[in-house]
Design a protein around this ligand. Sequence first.
Ligand code: OMP
Length: 241
Amino acid sequence: MSNAAQRIMVALDYPHAEQAQALVESLAGIPCYMKVGMQLFYSASPGFVNSLKEKGYHVFLDLKMHDIPNTVKGGAESITRLGVDMFNVHAAGGRAMMEAAMEGVDKALTGLGASAVRPAVIGVTQLTSTSQAVMNEEIGLAGTVEEAVLRYAQLTRTAGLHGVVASPLEVVRIKETCGSGFLTVTPGIRPAGSDIGDQSRVMTPPEAFAQGTDYVVIGRPITGAADPRAALEAIIASISE
Ligand SMILES: O=C(O)c1cc(=O)[nH]c(=O)n1[C@@H]1O[C@H](COP(=O)(O)O)[C@@H](O)[C@H]1O
């Protein structure tokens, strides 16, 4: 059960630290991974990340950097100094940008010393809210979503990153193409019967793990539940079965 919990990233998508803190307290003792995204980070600043690390959590800082290489290198350097375990950049920023992120990590680690955490750096492929129709007709990318995701995944691997964010639907092909050790972090997770909301490419938690994903990212099915702890425990139980 605890192994399953470690592979669940709880998306702390809240406007203020107090609400995120209350959720963290309600989940005390469950060794899940905590994901801090832009809504919480822009409001609660690095202090909230530090508080999670002090409590012993693994932390995924999801700021989806996408900028010129020099700027992303500087961002990666600052993020690495926070001591997070994982962060992400948009693969659409290209190879030079992703390589710059890795250089930023190395630069920060040089100054931090041997005990510092080396974060896993993950490329975002096609957002899980993007449908085939939106990708083709609005964004104007040809081909299937799976083809686009695989192209981004290969680019991400070539740039030396550790894995990608994608939907669970693409995990099997990503692992075939990039190797089983190339990490997949999959949002777009919805327990049976829960609202899909703005997500488009979704699977249930057991289905996602059956594809071979390394981590699932789950927000509203936990944070929006009347009893978030019970919701997370039910998800862990469904995976452990
Ligand atoms: O990078 C991410 O974490 C991410 C990428 C993606 O393609 N889709 C996606 O939903 N996410 C994040 O995963 C979380 C999903 O939340 P829920 O839809 O509430 O479960 C949110 O914090 C999103 O920002």
